[in-house]
Design a protein around this ligand. Structure first.
Ligand SMILES: NC(=O)c1ccc[n+]([C@@H]2O[C@H](COP(=O)([O-])OP(=O)(O)OC[C@H]3O[C@@H](n4cnc5c(N)ncnc54)[C@H](OP(=O)(O)O)[C@@H]3O)[C@@H](O)[C@H]2O)c1
Length: 214
């Protein structure tokens, strides 16, 4: 596959490394232009290239959006039509400014991106693991106590494809349900951050509380 990346910072660069390690091609992009990604492309090797966000969106079989949430409206819509889009975002008001529909908990971060990309299949993933751990914590399938990561999404086939990708990257998957359940893995919930296996992570999701109930 070709993995398109919109965002090449802490998470984007690490997911590019994992994708290359798993034998995929990557097309990476950021806000400042492909020329600013020359060092990363050199590190990643011949199956990586840098491009604009629209080109990365068009090239990817699966496309990862991994930018500060406040910029989600910049994500190109047309080239992502019909595609699986992985959303890694979290909401930090001090970074992203106040987003009223998140403050009042009437929606979730990945639902915002899904509303912006109405015909794409958005899957929430990789939002609760520190970037550095993406390349250190993966282990082969079947390893006892393997680390698990949460996904959420409204399209079963898209979730199956992302589950397969997570497995390649070294992680078990715990499905939190539809995108609307993604709040169960937002910051300040039990599963947000610590290393968890699948059994532990399911318990964390069940124990999660809305901010209004904390
Ligand atoms: N850091 C973590 O450990 C971690 C863990 C889980 C989830 N997350 C979440 O994942 C997302 C990305 O986090 P990060 O730590 O990787 O951020 P980061 O290191 O600040 O990198 C952000 C990337 O997004 C690019 N970008 C910003 N605005 C853009 C736009 N309008 N169009 C295209 N690219 C744009 C930036 O490009 P330029 O540099 O060219 O502006 C940069 O490559 C955030 O929502 C964060 O909360 C982070």
């Amino acid at each position: 596959m070709t993995i398109g990346l919109i965002g090449a910072g802490h998470i984007g660069s690490q997911l590019a490394r994992l994708a290359i390690r798993s034998g995929h091609a990557v097309v990476i992009s950021n806000s400042r232009g492909p020329e600013t990604l020359a060092n990363l492309v050199t590190e990643l090797g011949p199956t990586a290239r840098a491009a604009t966000p629209a080109e990365a969106a068009a090239a990817g079989d699966i496309v990862v959006v991994t930018i500060p949430l406040k910029n989600y409206r910049d994500v190109p819509v047309a080239p992502l039509a019909g595609k699986i889009v992985i959303d890694t975002s979290n909401y930090y008001p001090q970074r992203d400014g106040d987003i009223p529909e998140l403050d009042n908990e009437s929606t979730t971060t990945a639902e915002l991106l899904q509303a912006h990309l109405p015909t794409s299949k958005v899957v929430k993933a990789f939002n609760h693991i520190m970037a550095s751990q993406l390349t250190t914590d993966g282990t082969p399938a079947g390893t006892p106590n393997r680390r698990a990561l949460v996904i959420a999404g409204d399209d079963a086939a898209a979730k199956a494809a992302v589950t397969a990708l997570l497995d390649e990257f070294g992680f078990d998957t715990v499905d939190a349900g539809p995108l609307a359940e993604g709040w169960r893995i937002q910051h300040d919930t039990p599963g947000y951050g610590p290393r968890r296996n699948a059994v532990e992570l399911r318990a964390d999701l069940a124990a999660a509380k809305r901010y209004r109930d904390m």
